[in-house]
Design a protein around this ligand. Structure first.
Ligand SMILES: Cc1cc2nc3c(=O)[nH]c(=O)nc-3n(C[C@H](O)[C@H](O)[C@H](O)COP(=O)(O)OP(=O)(O)OC[C@H]3O[C@@H](n4cnc5c(N)ncnc54)[C@H](O)[C@@H]3O)c2cc1C
Length: 130
């Protein structure tokens, strides 16, 4: 996989020199989404180039809190975030030691009785869904 955040390198990719290995996939954006797509493509055996105008992870990804949370604003969101969390749990043991990963859980804090009811509902719904 080639990763380029350098202007000269990006220019050379626009006009590849003879003999330069061709890429099968060109991904613009070295945030978590681009990186995840690149990793999947590389795993599938494709030659991948990732381009970014700035540093790797220098966009929104760099601002993230790193919180992997299941959300339940709708059944579809719950299903998607549950699936995503499962993928993270599969990925975590394969990550290098420098990648901090901790299963610390999520604390929902209720500020009043109404919010406490919501916390109870969440707790029951999550338990029911396993
Ligand atoms: C304060 C904050 C906290 C957050 N906390 C969490 C959290 O705890 N958990 C969570 O799951 N999500 C969190 N998020 C959301 C999460 O960070 C984003 O959904 C995610 O990082 C988006 O990733 P991305 O790869 O789509 O975008 P980005 O990380 O922004 O990557 C896009 C990349 O594309 C590059 N790019 C764009 N246009 C071009 C171009 N024309 N040419 C070259 N390069 C280009 C940019 O430079 C950038 O590097 C948080 C977001 C914020 C703002």
């Amino acid at each position: 996989m080639t990763l380029s955040t350098n202007a000269a390198e990006r220019e050379s990719l626009r006009h590849p020199k003879p003999g330069r290995p061709p890429h099968d996939v060109l991904i613009v954006g070295a945030g978590i989404v681009g990186a995840a797509c690149a990793a999947e493509c590389a795993r599938a055996g494709l030659a991948v180039t990732v381009l970014d105008r700035g540093p790797v992870g220098g966009g929104t990804t760099g601002a993230g809190m790193g919180h992997l949370v299941v959300l339940d604003d709708s059944p579809a969101q719950f299903a998607l975030t549950t699936f995503s969390r499962r993928l993270w749990l599969e990925l975590a043991p394969t990550l290098p030691p420098a990648v901090a990963f901790s299963r610390c859980g999520t604390l929902w804090v209720a500020a009043n009785a109404e919010e406490f009811e919501e916390v109870r509902r969440k707790s029951a719904a999550y338990r029911q869904q396993g």
